[in-house]
Write a protein that binds this ligand. Sequence first.
Ligand code: PLP
Length: 229
Amino acid sequence: MIQENLSRVRATVAEGVRLVAVSKTKPVGDLQEAYSAGQRLFGENKALEMRDKHEQLPKDIEWHFIGHLQTNKVKYIAGFVSLIHSIDSLALLQAVEKEAVKHDRVIDCLLQFHIATEETKFGLDMEEARALLDEVRQHAEAFSHVRIVGVMGMATNTDDRDLIRREFRTLKGVFDALRSSYFDGAESFCEISMGMSGDYLIAQEEGSTLVRVGSAIFGARNYAVPLND
Ligand SMILES: *Cc1c(COP(=O)(O)O)cnc(C)c1O
């Protein structure tokens, strides 16, 4: 089932777009099945859950952290995470820097923007992002173990395709603006993480480079089971 879903999704992922298989809440066996089908990029949104899965699965998996991350949980993932999609405060970026130093690594990060109409979704607005980036620029030596490589956002959970498209277009605009200003066209600033099971086709049309697809691959999630994180 997972392998079939995966091939169906893969067939629709556009060239130049990477597929993050979002395996949150799913048992290790499900990830193994996707791994056997060639999937090497997985997304999780709880630090302890990701750490446990990392310990149990092959080491050539690329782990992306995609959810709200508390500063005191960064330590669980700093040794192996490939990309943190969800930097939404200077304090979090500082916490990532601190843990990255301990592991002698540079950790790639995305700035998460609030683009949806819902209040509940985390993320920065342009003013907050500029304040954060000003701080990073003025104290570059204090951020030498983190690298901001792009932006991430979640569209409103709605059937209104036009609204979703407008929100993705907004995020692409944010990316372009930051790339030409703060990042001076740097090639390392190249990722736009947008699109989930219900809207990744639209996201791709609007310039996504990373789509985060969960339920279309692994099936619906059961949140009734309490999680250990
Ligand atoms: C759960 C989650 C996804 C995947 O959602 P699906 O609708 O199951 O594809 C993508 N991004 C984030 C940030 C998530 O938390």
